[in-house]
Design a protein around this ligand. Structure first.
Ligand code: ASP
Length: 438
């Protein structure tokens, strides 16, 4: 069957020559895998360095007038090893020397960091016998530094589709002045998503070192099951699981184009991985959950005021105070005469007292209390919507573990129930909820 597949390989998938071999085998196994987006070489083991980090380090050395040749040597060695061990016909020294000289001459930190992907792209293209397309020629940012979708999509369509097989380095593009600009860290995922969307791919494969998303954090739940299928919306609700598997912003370009993402494991290509699909995809099993995720260290600001429900503009004033202090909030559960703000501690740091004073001044509440050390636990699943008994299952699981529920919030689409518990009860709560559904 003819399908158009964009494949993105993360840093650990391209960390050394052995990993390069696995990548080639994956590409060769399916002729539909036409466009490949590589990250820079990542860690080969837990004590190793990521090339991107070393490149940032080189740049920082130059900024501080410190010699950087020793750091740069670590970078050169890595690429040279890959090229030599795989017998790739490329003059890597010339490429490396240009990067070194550019950094020495004060190239920007974005430029320095982007060279990890650039060099890996050049090497991988040669190894796969594919065309190399520099991301700076097809991915653009506008004058304000925002991603320029129109210009980028036009350019990708005009360039990439000309080739049957091409490698496009991830992580960076070109700003309005013609300088290299990177996405945020982990941004190769975004590049892959943009390319998939622009060319209307059938599938975006994101190859990494895990076989997809797990239903719960394995540090809390022993051997959690892999999530086979998850919608984009569910994944957003599960974002507390941490963005380590997929960059959060990588979801949007493919979601808008209705292209599924398959998270796959380069070290276990036979595993199905997790398929991220359109929000319209119906649940097949009702009464089930997709996953449970959570996070510690939130503070709840609980505000009470008689007749709050009929006071016009109360919440606007309340939220404008958060805006004034540049604070985003996580949840805002409310009652007739009360409203609470659930805010991540890191957001409130150093500002809590000022925020409280301002709320007192602008909103004149009857009472205002601050409850620190709260954790949020989100139970998520499209199979929960329109099913009865889900909430009672969650609450009885928590009560049988003697976890006190401090707050309850259900999203409007019925695909998530979030509970607030004491930090100390967090692990117990995640385990109890996972176990009751598995
Ligand atoms: N190499 C970049 C980083 O380490 C981008 C990426 O891997 O996606 O953040």
């Amino acid at each position: 069957m003819n399908r158009l597949i964009v494949t993105k390989f993360g840093g650990s998938s391209l960390a050394d020559s052995n990993q390069f071999k696995k990548v080639k085998a994956i590409i060769d196994a399916d002729s539909n895998r036409k466009y490949v987006v590589p990250s820079a070489p990542g860690k080969r083991n837990s004590k190793d360095y990521k090339i991107t980090d070393l490149l940032y380090l080189c740049h920082a050395h130059v900024q501080n007038g410190i010699p950087f040749n020793d750091v740069f040597k670590l970078i050169s060695q890595r690429y040279k090893e890959i090229v030599n061990e795989l017998n790739i016909d490329i003059n890597i020294d010339t490429y490396l020397e240009k990067v070194r000289v550019d950094i020495e001459n004060g190239a920007s930190s974005d430029y320095a960091a982007s060279r990890g992907e650039y060099l890996n792209g050049v090497v991988l293209a040669k190894y796969l016998g594919a065309e190399f397309i520099d991301a700076a020629k097809i991915i653009f940012f506008d004058e304000s530094g925002n991603f320029d979708e129109n210009k980028t999509y036009k350019s990708i369509r005009a360039t990439v589709l000309k080739y049957d097989k091409a490698v496009i380095p991830g992580f960076y593009g070109c700003d309005a002045d013609g300088n290299i600009k990177t996405f945020s860290r982990g941004g190769s995922d975004i590049t892959g998503s943009i390319i998939s969307s622009a060319i209307g791919a059938d599938l975006y494969e994101n190859w990494t070192d895990v076989s997809g998303f797990l239903m719960a954090d394995p540090r809390i739940v022993e051997n959690p099951k892999t999530i086979e299928k998850v919608t984009y919306k569910e994944l957003r609700e599960l974002s507390y699981m941490g963005a380590t598997v997929l960059h959060e912003e990588a979801i949007f370009p493919v979601r808008d184009a209705g292209i599924p993402i398959n998270i796959k494991n380069t070290n276990r290509p036979e595993d199905a991985g997790t398929l991220i699909v359109n929000d319209t995809e119906e649940a097949t099993r009702f009464g089930t959950i997709t996953g449970v995720a959570g996070k510690k260290d939130f503070t709840v600001i609980a505000i009470e005021k008689a007749l709050l429900n009929s006071e016009i503009g109360f919440c606007r004033r309340l939220l404008s105070i958060l805006e004034m202090y540049g604070i985003s909030f996580e949840n805002m559960p409310s009652g007739v005469d009360s409203v609470s703000l659930v805010i991540e501690d890191s957001q409130l740091k150093g500002k809590c007292e000022k925020v409280i004073d301002e709320i007192k001044r602008q909103c004149s509440p009857d009472s205002i209390e601050v409850h620190p050390n709260m954790a949020l636990v989100a139970t998520v699943g499209r199979g929960m919507a329109k099913s009865t008994g889900i909430a009672s299952k969650i609450f009885s699981a928590l009560s049988s573990e003697r976890v006190n529920i401090r707050m309850i919030d259900q999203g409007s689409s019925e695909i998530n129930v979030t509970v607030g518990v004491e930090n100390a009860d967090f692990e117990k709560a995640v385990k109890a909820i996972y176990n009751t559904f598995n």
